[in-house]
Design a protein around this ligand. Structure first.
Ligand code: LMR
Length: 335
């Protein structure tokens, strides 16, 4: 008798396990739409794919990450709105694109020559200054998960740009940042805000004369095919914050969220390991293409670029806030 009831208990446990696993396999996966505007073959493009891989593998398919590269789903401005509306769950916009969202403090990253190199950048992004900025997103219903590196910008045009005076009168495409606007005006250029997806054509047709970008973006968008000259000014930094819809992220089952948080940590490490090399490789590929002449400023010319752009630090103080700028100076040892 005892044996029979043990057998029945065992069988019903098996039935329960089978139906639980069936429920799991038939349940709809949680879909994370991850939209971005660059090519897959860039640090951000590769890291987004890596996050997808880790997230899907480690949740055994309970999470599906759909990555939309190259503005395939949304362009710059639309994607921010889509995130707030919940039509997309994850983005990694350039730090220069948070102004229209009402978090203009991120434009501190655009201040020319505020970050000298990757070492200085990491002091900010892995320290309190970076954390403080991400916190500012929360009242907007957005969570900042990580900083993903890209690189330092070069100036390009169809005429040589050896000195800051060479920028005079040029129509230059910029991202939607008032600091970048001030930067171009300090050079007496005419800034034009434009979505990333439109830059190649605008350069090709002469709607704008030049632009600024890290080499990885320049190369993967083929901008070097329509820009004859580029100068290694390294005058500013372009990188990203990975952001999610707060309500969505906080509403995830805790076990899933833990896995995704860890996947993000690893995707971030991966991104930040490859960013510099990807940019060095892109620059080498631009050089090898023979389409764009790459110019390295002399020490005297470099000083002239710095002198022309340094006044922007003071000029943008009222917009960004003295405290935030000082946080950056402090983190990078400029004070
Ligand atoms: C740009 O618009 O130039 C960049 O922000 C694109 C990107 O995401 O790197």
């Amino acid at each position: 008798m005892k044996k029979i009831s043990l057998f029945i208990a065992f069988m019903s446990m098996c039935a329960l396990m089978v139906s639980a696993s069936q429920a799991q396999t038939t349940a709809q996966p949680i879909v994370i739409k991850f939209s971005h505007v660059v090519a897959t073959d860039t640090p951000k493009g590769k890291a987004a794919e890596y996050f997808k891989k880790l997230a899907e593998e480690r949740t055994n398919g309970r999470v599906k990450v759909e990555v939309y590269a190259n503005s395939a789903l949304y362009k710059d401005k639309e994607e921010m709105e889509a995130l707030q509306l919940g039509s997309v769950q994850m983005l990694a916009p350039s730090l220069a694109k948070f102004g229209p969202l009402g978090v203009k403090e991120f434009e501190v990253f655009d201040v020319p020559y505020i970050l000298q190199d990757y070492e200085a950048l990491h002091k900010v992004t892995t320290g309190p200054a970076g954390a403080k900025l991400l916190k500012l997103l929360e009242p907007k219903g957005i969570l900042g998960l990580a900083y993903w590196d890209n690189g330092f910008k070069v100036m390009s045009a169809n005429k040589p740009l050896k000195r800051p005076e060479d920028m005079r009168g040029l129509k230059v495409r910029i991202q939607s940042s008032k600091v970048l606007d001030a930067q171009m005006r300090a050079l007496k250029a005419i800034p034009q805000v434009m979505a990333f997806s439109e830059v190649y054509q605008a350069l090709q047709t002469g709607v704008v004369d030049g632009t600024e970008n890290p080499p990885s973006n320049m190369y993967t968008q083929k901008m070097h095919e329509v820009q004859k000259y580029c100068t290694l000014t390294n005058h500013g930094y372009l990188g990203y914050a990975v952001i999610v819809n707060k309500k969505f992220w906080e509403g995830l089952p805790p076990d899933i969220r833990k896995i995704l948080d860890q996947a993000m940590v690893e995707a971030t490490e991966y991104n930040n390991e490859i960013a510099k090399k990807d940019n060095d490789d892109a620059l080498a590929a631009i050089k090898a293409s023979g389409r764009t002449e790459i110019y390295t400023p002399t020490e005297e010319e470099r000083k002239a670029w710095i002198a022309a752009l340094k006044p922007v630090h003071k000029e943008v103080e009222p917009r960004i806030g003295k405290e935030i700028i000082n946080d950056f100076y402090k983190a990078t040892g400029q004070q």
